[in-house]
Design a binder for this molecule. Structure first.
Ligand code: GLN
Length: 199
């Protein structure tokens, strides 16, 4: 099993470490260039600056590869800036770098600026997994609207902060910056079950 973390800018090392902590035997790779995405079984788009990552994806020819990867049913997880890029719409912005696999509308930086970053315990509700987890918010987007096929896995202040549509998971916060492996574990399980269904 191979997991790729998109390495244009942002929290790449942190994601790599989380997967290593969970399972030392899986192949975890950095994806810096076109041609590698299709060799992965699951990919992560990290937090960072969505405009910078989006520009990089286009410039390097990785944008369509990621879109095709997701459309083919393979698992993708986006955190913060990654969630923004996976969404269909950004409130009051015209963007040409949205991969559009999550039917949601997000408003950027809506939980406040860098200095208003915060951590909080929130409740996860995913299949039979119901537990509290630690969520770190840094210039996080607010999910303003979700489509009918989107499942909300967690909320904060009544706004969705973790969503899933088929094979795609989007998180407003940064699981890679906490000690909490919950979401990386959920993602690995999704990748494993996707691989099993192919056999
Ligand atoms: N505010 C950033 C953006 O719009 C996302 C912040 C983050 O990933 N921590 O891209």
């Amino acid at each position: 099993m191979r997991i790729g973390v998109i390495d244009i800018q942002g929290d790449v090392d942190e994601h790599l470490n989380m997967f290593k902590l969970l399972d030392d035997h899986i192949d975890i790779v950095r994806i810096k260039d076109a041609g590698m995405v299709s060799y992965c079984d699951g990919i992560v788009i990290p937090g960072g600056e969505s405009t910078t990552i989006g520009k990089g994806l286009k410039k390097k020819g990785m944008f369509d590869e990621i879109k095709d990867f997701g459309m083919s049913g393979k698992p993708i997880m986006g955190t913060c800036a990654g969630l923004i890029l996976l969404s269909k719409e950004v409130y009051r912005e015209e963007r040409d770098d949205l991969i559009g696999l999550l039917d949601i509308c997000v408003e950027r930086n809506s939980y406040g600026r860098q200095k208003e970053s915060f951590e909080t315990e929130v409740c996860l509700n995913y299949n039979d997994c119901k537990k509290m987890f630690n969520a770190v918010f840094i210039r996080a987007p607010v999910i303003k609207k979700v489509g009918n096929n989107v499942t909300v896995l967690a909320k904060y202040n009544n706004n969705p902060i973790a969503v899933m549509e088929k094979n795609v998971i989007g998180l407003c916060f940064h699981p890679e910056l906490s000690n909490d492996l919950t979401f990386h574990d959920i993602f690995l399980k999704l990748v494993r079950s996707n691989l099993k269904n192919k056999d």
